[in-house]
Write a protein that binds this ligand. Structure first.
Ligand code: SF4
Ligand code: SF4
Length: 183
């Protein structure tokens, strides 16, 4: 009777092995879904939820859409975002009443915006509160999926960097800093 039980166990074990090999074989024969990074990169990051970034203004892509309202910094549960509002540029004499492109350019420069916009990705849980609560839809998730660095400082981003020196050289309005760093 013992030998019958042993044979039954052996057959069950063998059958289990066959089933496991079937799964392995099926996966082995499928198209590869991973790539050998860094020799290759995936091309389906469009829907990837990467670190946040600022959205360009629709009427001037050299500037962010952000109006420095500080809402994102206030709702962020981890204090990842620090915004300092820029000191609004004064409209030069003659441009207030005059027409044409001078007036439009002066208006763009005079509007509210950030002097600095810092984002600490090391603390971000990608919850999306900042994206959902921005009143002017100035934040979105980027598709940056290949970030690397040798220390945490490499993941603290200046989100105005992509807008160039002009936006990064704005003077801050005294005392107007987001809740994350105020006090
Ligand atoms: S996604 Fe969430 S945790 Fe990350 S910065 Fe936005 S609000 Fe903060
Ligand atoms: S909520 Fe939007 S507009 Fe307000 S500071 Fe943040 S990014 Fe700028």
């Amino acid at each position: 009777m013992d030998s019958v039980n042993r044979i039954r166990d052996d057959v069950a074990g063998l059958w289990s092995l066959v089933k496991g090999l079937k799964v392995t074989g099926t996966c082995f024969a499928r198209d590869q879904v991973t790539v050998h990074y860094p020799r290759a990169q995936v091309d389906n990051l469009r829907t990837f939820r990467g670190p946040i970034e600022l959205v360009e203004s629709p009427d001037d892509p050299r500037r962010p859409r952000c109006i420095a309202c500080m809402t994102c910094a206030g709702v962020c549960p981890h204090g990842c975002i620090t915004v300092v509002r820029k000191k609004p540029a004064k409209m030069e004499k003659g441009t207030e009443k005059g027409g044409g492109s001078d007036k439009g350019e002066a208006k763009k420069k005079a509007r509210k915006g950030p002097a600095t916009f810092t984002y600490d990705y090391t603390r971000c849980c990608l919850c999306g509160f900042c994206v959902e609560n921005c009143p002017v839809r100035s934040i979105r998730f980027s598709s940056r999926g290949y970030l690397a660095g040798i220390d945490k400082g490499a993941f603290v981003f200046d989100l105005l960097e992509k807008f160039g020196e002009e936006e990064r050289s704005q003077k801050p309005e005294p005392g107007v800093t987001s809740p994350a760093t105020a006090g």
